[in-house]
Design a binder for this molecule. Structure first.
Ligand code: HXC
Ligand code: NAP
Length: 267
């Protein structure tokens, strides 16, 4: 399933971490829907490969090397987008870092590193993009990628769980403050998305893949296109009245959280 080729026509979007995984999935869907893109992350080679692929699809895309922990580098990304494409309509704060380590063994710097990338980086993206987003003629969009784990507690990932919960609170605050400027702020909460660094680190390398799969009513990991479709919806005119929401895309895993999947005898 894809959206129409003009669903995002005329829009300019920044995607942090847009060179891989879910971010690159969003980038491909955005180009297919007519948006112009700026991809931003640390690894220039990876960004160059992603941009080449987007251009081969017929898309307009550039890369800016940046570390979201450095506010000035995030400001530079926004400035480049505005100077290159004439404005900014969409900021997708997707960049993140994560690894499994029990809280009792987590070094203070390990904690700080993930909080810096995920939570501080998301605030820096919002803060730097705000002046341009409020000028968007489409109504600006700020989207952060959260996780269904954010509000459950996340054994093995205390840093990322706390950061993502902080992001959800931040988005609700920004919704209240920036609605008057026409800026729609939302989170998308993916469940486990296959063929990504996230699933590799958190489930496959940790020997938890089968356990995680068994908790998903739809019976399989999601695809990056599933998250990309939610992002296109939110950023298109169809998403104009959605603000302060957390769009869960997880195959049903998060429902209610109280009841495990049950097999009814005889069925
Ligand atoms: C314990 C670790 C560690 C590990 C790093 N550290 N990896 N501690 N176990 N596996 C500690 C280091 O020892 C150091 O602390 C501190 O963290 C910083 O490490 P650096 O390597 O210096 O950090 P840096 O080079 O800035 O790299 C950041 C990173 C790295 C987060 C550590 O993994 C990275 O760049 N990740 C980006 C890609 C990524 O994580 N993708 C997955 C996103 S998945 P000390 O005390 O030694 O100085 C996701 C959600 C998935 O976000 C949802 C479910 C599927
Ligand atoms: P990924 O491919 O590793 O994506 C993370 C991206 O962030 C990379 O492109 C990386 O690029 C960039 N990045 C990391 N640190 C950065 C920094 N300091 N500055 C700038 N960019 C940085 O992993 P993914 O699984 O697709 O995850 C993408 C997003 O989805 C994350 O927000 C993650 O928390 C969320 N999520 C994923 C899942 C899942 O199942 N995969 C589930 C829930 C939520 P560089 O290395 O080039 O910097």
């Amino acid at each position: 399933m894809t959206f129409s080729t003009d669903a995002l026509a005329g829009r300019v979007a920044i995607i942090t971490g847009g060179g891989s995984g879910i971010g690159f999935g969003i980038a491909k869907a955005f180009v297919a829907a007519g948006a112009k893109l700026v991809l931003a992350s640390r690894n220039a080679d990876r960004l160059a490969g992603a941009v080449a692929e987007l251009q081969a699809m017929g898309g307009e895309a550039i890369a800016v090397q940046a570390d979201v922990r450095d506010y000035e580098s995030v400001e530079r990304v926004v400035k480049t987008a505005v100077e290159t494409f004439g404005g900014l309509d969409i900021m997708i704060a997707n960049a993140a870092g994560n690894f499994v380590v029990p809280a009792a063994e987590m070094s203070p710097n390990a904690w700080k590193t993930v909080i810096d990338i995920d939570l501080n980086g998301t605030f820096y993206c919002a803060r730097a993009a705000y002046p341009a987003l409020k000028e968007s003629k489409f109504g600006g969009r700020f989207i952060a990628i959260s996780t269904t784990r954010a509000l459950e507690g996340w054994p093995g990932c205390a840093h990322a769980g706390a950061a993502k919960a902080g992001i959800m609170s931040l988005i609700r605050t920004l919704t209240g403050e920036w609605g008057k400027d026409g800026i729609r702020c939302n989170t998308i909460a993916p469940g486990a998305i296959g063929d990504t660094e996230g699933v590799k680190r958190i489930y496959e390398d940790a020997g938890r893949k089968a356990n995680e799969l068994s908790s998903i009513p739809l019976g399989e990991f999601g695809k990056t296109t599933d998250i990309a479709n939610a992002a296109v919806f939110l950023c298109s005119d169809a998403g104009a009245y959605v603000a302060g929401a957390d769009i869960v895309v997880d195959g049903g895993r998060n429902r209610g959280r109280a009841s495990p999947i049950v097999t009814v005898p005889g069925k």
